[in-house]
Each structure stands twice: as C-alpha cells, then as structure tokens.
Design a protein around this ligand. Structure first.
Ligand code: ASP
Length: 311
C-alpha cells in the first residue's frame, strides 16, 4: 500500500501576515510525519509526530500558544482514532499537558475508556509517564495580549488579527494499510471554562474507518457537533457518487475525496449556517479537503512525494 498523509492548521480568516507561518508549519508537520511513513513506519507514529510539530508551533491554536479561555487559561482537547479497530483515545480541558496528542495516544493504547477530562486525564497522563507542565507554560505572549484586549473591550475577532489561529489535525495511512485520524485544539477564544468543542468528540472533529477513510475537522465546534461532520464526511466517502450537488462558497480540491469533503461542509452550512473545514484521506490514501471559511491552512504529500501546502 502507498502511504499517505494530509494535515491542517485550522480554518478561519487567516490574515495575510500569518499565511507564510501557517504554510511553513504545515510543511514541517508533513516532514515529521512523512519521514516515518516513507521508511515503512506506522501511521500512528507518523500522525503523532506531525501533530506534535503543529502543537508546538504558536501560530496554531493547539498546545503552546492556544487561545485562552474566559479566565485566561489554556484548556486543550485532542483525539486520535484507529480506522482498523474503530477505537479512539480522547482527552479534554487539559491545562498541564504540553502535547495533548501524546495523552490521547496513551488513552487509545492503555486505557479502558475512550475519553478522560481535566484532573482525571492529567492524573492518567502522569501515570503513563507524561510529564505535566505548569499551566502558564502553554500561554504565549500574543494570546495573553489578545485575551487582555477581549477582556477590557469585548471579545472580538479583530483582537486576534495578525495571530488568528486554528485547530490542527492530520490523517495518515501507512504501507500496511493502517489508517489513523487525529485532531488537537485549544478551542475557541474566551470560551467558558470547561467548554468542550467538536475536536475530541468521536465523529464530530475526528473519525477514521479503514473501510471508508479518515477525517479531521476545524471550525465552529458548536455547529460541527450538530452535523457530526467527521463521520458524515467519512460516510460520504462510501458513496462518492451521491456527491453531485454544486454548493456555493465552498473552496475544495477536485478529487473524489474532496467532493465528499465539500458535501460535508455543504451540510454544515445548510443545516447550521456554521463555518469550518476538513481534510480527509479515502481508504486508498487519496487526499481531499474543503472549507467555507475565508481560508484554511492545509498540506498533503502528492503522488510524486512532494509536499503541497496552501492557505
Ligand atoms: N473546532 C474547534 C473548537 O470549536 C476550533 C477550531 O477548529 O479552530 O474547539
């Protein structure tokens, strides 16, 4: 089987001055994941490596540099799903885990439950050998400033101009046919403490089924959850012929996989008036993407092994 990898760095109104940083972040994530996949490594190792790069990059809203919640704290959510077993590992409202995807993987591999949150999740992280950080180590100066402006004025997107960021995600297929999808986020700026969005919820922000494909979503979580967008997109991959609509205002690729992605975003817009986007791989590893936000940062490995990144 030919390995495949696609990543995203969020779908929002990414300002011109952040475009290069978003593309370069996606490029580095592809490099980290592809160095594993191209040598016959596992999709799980590759997806973890790619997401860690994106989480560590403060241009994205995941791990270090995430948006702050109403109280000024970072609270992260993450999930990884195995397309062969339909098992997933998810964690939410983490304040002391530098790389939430590493904990999601530990939950997938070593926990009888699918999802852990807050203190219980952090206790499990520690038991699994993941060092906890101080909550303030996840806060970037840019996000602290944006939060202060939101607090003293009112929460407004323009306070984030210049560093508006996005959730991160990836889908990977390895040479033995294993397919994984993953999503990691700091959620929405000024969210209420304890708010959990679509990203760590199975089928909403992330889904993988080796019989059809895998997807990772980004955008307004409260809307994405209502149409269970990742599972919807993966189910559309089973019947690509049904994706015949020509919805307006959706940017997408031309592959059959992109038509399924487009149809899922169309459903999001039609039924919830929400905005967002997603990346996916079909079960053969063909990449697809679609979004109805002004921009989305994404990247994939083309058939000739070159990295395609775009915003
Ligand atoms: N979907 C994420 C959430 O609602 C936000 C994003 O994708 O940027 O938590």
């Amino acid at each position: 089987m030919k390995p495949a990898l696609i990543v995203h760095g969020g779908a929002w109104d990414i300002p011109d001055e952040a475009v290069d940083a978003c593309k370069s972040g996606c490029h580095h994530a592809l490099k980290a994941g592809w160095s594993i996949l191209s040598r016959g490594g596992s999709a799980l190792d590759a997806i973890e490596a790619a997401i860690v790069v994106l989480e560590d990059d403060p241009v994205f809203d995941a791990g270090y540099g995430s948006h702050l919640n109403f109280d000024g704290h970072v609270e992260c959510d993450a999930m990884v799903m195995n397309g062969a077993t339909l098992r997933a590992g998810a964690a939410a409202t983490l304040q002391r885990v530098k790389n939430p995807i590493r904990l999601a993987r530990k939950i997938l591999e070593n926990c009888p439950h699918m999802m852990l949150v807050a203190g219980g999740a952090e206790r499990f992280a520690k038991e699994q050998g993941i060092k906890l950080c101080k909550p303030e180590e996840l806060v970037s100066e840019a996000e602290r400033e944006a939060w202060m402006k939101c607090k003293t004025d009112k929460h407004a997107a323009e306070h984030h101009r210049g560093h508006e960021q996005g959730t991160v995600g990836a889908v990977a297929l390895d040479a033995t046919g294993n397919l994984f999808a993953a999503t990691s986020t700091g959620g929405t700026c000024c969210k209420l403490p304890g708010r959990v969005g679509d990203s760590p919820l199975i089928g909403c922000g992330c889904y993988a089924d080796s019989e059809a494909g895998g997807a990772s979503c980004t955008g307004y979580g409260e809307a994405i959850m209502r149409v269970v967008m990742a599972k919807t997109a993966v189910d559309l991959l089973r019947h690509p012929a049904t994706c015949v609509d020509t919805p307006p205002n959706i940017s997408c690729g031309t592959s059959t996989a992109s038509l399924a992605a487009r149809e899922a975003v169309h459903l999001l817009a039609k039924r919830t008036h929400g905005t967002g986007g997603l990346v996916l791989l079909d079960r053969a590893g063909n990449p697809g993407f679609a979004f109805n936000t002004p921009r989305m940062a994404y990247g994939f490995v083309a058939l000739d092994g070159s990295f395609v990144t775009a915003v």
